[in-house]
Design a protein. Structure first.
Length: 197
């Protein structure tokens, strides 16, 4: 067995040790990263990637919820405006019957279609549908069964109650929809007056 030869400089160096063997390549051993240092580095890297992705997904979720609330507000406002239109039309044509054809179908809840009118509804009959070519919302039980209507996630129930006979009525619109496993609801109420009195 041959004895290994070291130079004086190699013996004094603790960080780098070069082993020379006759007829072999020099090996250089350096101190590397420990397992704990590797775990810490990977954890920091993961946090720097996952954190912004989580914030972005929460931002998109909040934007989707805001979009749905805006649509619900527009659907509720459309229903109140339609009931107001019927009230005004009745006041001009049937002066004594300002809530004609409004209270009977809408005292327990009704659906509204701006072309077809009011109709009592419950459950799926209160679903709101969208017609892309006209940009209009409606209710399937009130419309012709043409195939160009797209079902939306919203349902709309309108109730009208006369709070002061021949003077005042309260219109309440409830828009509800599913957002994943959560059922969300938007309610808009307005008081209508008999402006002919």
């Amino acid at each position: 067995m041959q004895e290994e030869k070291y130079t004086k400089e190699e013996k004094n160096t603790k960080k780098n040790v070069v082993f020379r063997r006759s007829g072999s390549v020099d090996f250089l051993f350096k101190r590397g990263f420990t397992f704990v240092e590797m775990l810490v580095a990977i954890s920091v890297l993961l946090l720097s990637i996952v954190g912004p992705l989580f914030l972005a997904s929460q931002g998109l979720r909040a934007a989707r919820i805001a979009r749905d609330q805006i649509n619900a507000n527009y659907l509720a406002q459309e229903a109140i405006e339609y009931v107001r239109f019927l009230r005004d039309n009745n006041a001009l044509t049937r002066k004594s019957q300002w809530l004609f054809d409004i209270i009977p179908p809408c005292d327990s809840g009704c659906a509204i279609d701006i072309e077809e009118g009011l109709q009592t509804c419950s459950g799926d009959r209160c679903k709101v549908w969208f017609q892309e070519k006209t940009g209009r919302y409606g209710t399937p039980g009130l419309m012709s069964s043409s195939g160009d209507w797209i079902e939306t996630k919203f349902s709309r129930i309108v109730t009208v109650e006369e709070t002061v006979p021949d003077k005042e009525a309260k219109v309440t619109v409830i828009i509800s929809w599913r957002d994943g496993a959560i059922t969300r609801q938007y309610t808009l109420a307005e008081t209508l007056l008999n402006w002919q009195q």
